[in-house]
Write a protein that binds this ligand. Sequence first.
Ligand code: PFF
Length: 453
Amino acid sequence: MTGTKKSIHGQWSSRFAFILAATGSAVGLGNIWKFPYITGENGGGAFVIVYLLCVLLIGIPIMMAETMLGRRSRQNPINTMITLSDEAGADKNWHYLGWMGVIAGFLILSYYSVIAGWASAYVLKAFTGSFFDADASEIKGLFDGLIASPIQLIFWHSLFMLATMSIVAHGVKTGIEKAVRFLMPSLFVMLILLVAYAMTTGSYDQGIEFLFTPDFSKLTGDSVLTAMGHAFFTLSIGMGAIMIYGSYLPKDVSISKTVFLIAGTDTVVALLAGIAIFPIVFASGLEPAAGPGLIFQTLPIAFGNMTGGWLFGLLFFVMLVFAALSSSISLIEPAVAWLVENRDMSRKQACIWSGSITWLLGFGTVFSFNVWSGFKVFDRTIFQLLDYLTANLLLPIGGFCIAVFAGWIMTQQHTEHELGMPNPLSYQVWKILICYVAPAAVFLIFLHVVGVL
Ligand code: PFF
């Protein structure tokens, strides 16, 4: 296999650049917005344990496989699946896997951008001092007012999509490397600061107990599916985002070590967010199961009441928007790379096309919080449906197929060579996880949810 597409298909400047970009993709709203609220909705500790097991046993091996597929073919995910399945003499149906990823990317970005729009609106709220001395009910009022207004949501969603499109149009590498290098450490510091605040609330122990003391009677089949789906979502796997970033990875980099580092950072950020948020939830008499508004109804209370809160609140929401941007660009990059490599478009044209489609799709999510909030399919609003379809179904199905492809279709010689594991034993462990454990776990969880198990 040679990297014949190199003229259009670039390469990261170093291993570190890939780590930054892939961590930028993984760490985002999933860690800070979604993890706390779904943990709250699914009863806490037991859910967290299932999520951690899914990251370790399913997420990490599949992340390695996905990176490897991209690097081996050095093309966009659609062409990667065509080239590698032809190379292995496999069935033509494998070609659809790349397409499924591109579609999942559009659907996720359509609602991701609306939520990132909430975070952008909160930058302005923080700047104008809206959180100052506010109590829980005033903060809730701010949030309810925002999501009730389609005009405001469309404005912020449009702004976020424009930002995503202009970064991707300039090529993912230039801006991202720089932004993430400064963003990750700052976000980390900010989360530590919030954890320190949480310790002063008087409900720290209660928050920690909620997060880390498992009560397995609270787990339902659907919570297990949500925990697994979130492992895929938070690591950005199952749809080609990590595959396309892997395709820019230089050949001499060890995939296994790099993936462990990225997944580890991602998990720590999510846990820190949970540790910061739940004590505030309990101290303010809020419901852990408050839903997607959870962080927007809790963190401003902290900022409104701590010294220096104006500045910290502003910085926090700015960083959250940046973290969301470094994820959103990876959601659209597979489609853009395909349009550039196969349809002869410039990056700019490709961004306009794919960005506009996603922007329009986003209206469904915008309206699901206000004018269409009563419109439900399978008992879910459009936002809930898109979230369920992508995180709980499409990403795990994509990940399952990637595992089967890497474990059963590709030859051992190719996978062993590409992964470049430090020793044969670790390769064997990966092989068992990717051939048996990961696909079986996904399959059994699906069977459980549909009631067969
Ligand atoms: N991992 C991102 C987050 O946690 O916010 C979301 C995401 C990005 C999901 C890219 C999927 C993806 F392909």
